[in-house]
Write a protein that binds this ligand. Structure first.
Ligand SMILES: [Ca+2]
Ligand SMILES: [Ca+2]
Ligand SMILES: [Ca+2]
Length: 304
């Protein structure tokens, strides 16, 4: 008797399980539970393709055993054309957060995007000048006391590889003893970087900076000259001796200042960068002259 009851209970359990399976059967799981005799469709359909493609897909599948999908970079022939990862390209985002180089999918993996590279620090050496101003030449005027009459300009390029972009730049100078006569102006891509006088009132603004141009100051008087050191926006260290005195030159920028400077320089010239040293003169034989001066430039770049 006991055994009979137990069997009955077990059997009822079996029936209940079977019924629930039957209930769900016709909707989705039917093909799982029912024997797959009539529909031998490919099991690859993890993500079903668009409705119209279904017929095409089925035909392709039955012929080749390959379920055509969009080709993706995975080392497989997803679109069933016999080629693996063909014509797959990706656009890299460069160090300027802009679309950069295109890289191809090879063996299931995209080629690596270029990474910023560092160059060894570059010394920008401005050699000592001992020649008198070129009075009356190249935009200079004849000697007149206490006026900006002439200047000597030197420009040194900041080097970085061709077919690349400049990602970051640090400019720095630490010279224990410099001397110049009359006034010193340092520029970077035309931006007034540092000076032994406050020239900014005479120069056109450019964002947070001022643009140096000899044409804007030539012939102007020294009478209202302000001989406090001019330091561009973002300067961390900024020190210069007075005209005809000997002293240290120190210049550096905060990280955000460096970035600000580089952005402004890029807006002026996207392909080349240079530091300029300008020494002015009014009427003396010792004018337009300076002792040797060195700036250090550290750059990172990215190949394009
Ligand atoms: Ca393919
Ligand atoms: Ca593929
Ligand atoms: Ca002078």
């Amino acid at each position: 008797m006991r055994l009979g009851v137990l069997l009955l209970v077990l059997c009822t359990g079996c029936q209940e399980y079977g019924i629930s399976g039957d209930k769900e059967g016709p909707t989705v799981v039917g093909s799982d539970t029912a024997e797959p005799d009539t529909t031998p469709t490919p099991v690859d359909t993890g993500t079903p393709p668009p409705t119209t493609t279904t017929t095409t897909t089925t035909t392709t599948t039955t012929d080749t055993g390959c379920l055509a999908r969009e080709e993706v970079c995975d080392g497989l022939d997803n679109d069933c054309d016999g080629e693996i990862d063909e014509d797959l390209w990706k656009t890299c985002i460069n160090c300027l957060n802009a679309p950069g180089r295109e890289v191809q999918c090879i063996d299931g993996v995209y080629e690596a995007c270029p990474e910023p590279q560092s160059l060894p620090p570059q010394e920008l050496v401005f050699p000592e000048t001992t020649d008198e101003c070129l009075w009356g030449m190249d935009g200079n005027l004849a000697p007149v006391g206490a006026f900006y009459q002439a200047r000597n300009e030197q420009y040194l390029p900041i080097e970085y590889p061709e077919n690349s972009i400049l990602c970051s730049l640090e400019l720095e100078s630490e010279v224990r003893s410099v001397r110049f006569d009359d006034y010193l102006i340092l520029t970077f891509n035309g931006l007034y970087l540092m000076g032994s006088t406050q020239l900014d009132a005479a120069l056109p603004p450019f964002g947070a900076f001022y643009l140096y141009s000899w044409g804007d100051i030539v012939g102007s008087s020294h009478s209202k000259i302000d001989e406090t050191v001019f330091c561009a926006a973002g300067a961390a260290l900024c020190e210069l001796p007075r005209s005809e005195a000997e002293g240290a030159l120190r210049l550096s920028f905060t990280p955000s200042g460096n970035q600000l400077l580089l952005d402004a320089a890029k807006a002026l010239s996207k392909s080349s960068y240079s530091v300029g040293l300008v020494i002015t003169g009014d009427n003396d034989v010792s004018d337009c002259q300076h002792s040797g001066l060195v700036l250090e430039a550290r750059v990172t770049y990215e190949e394009t």
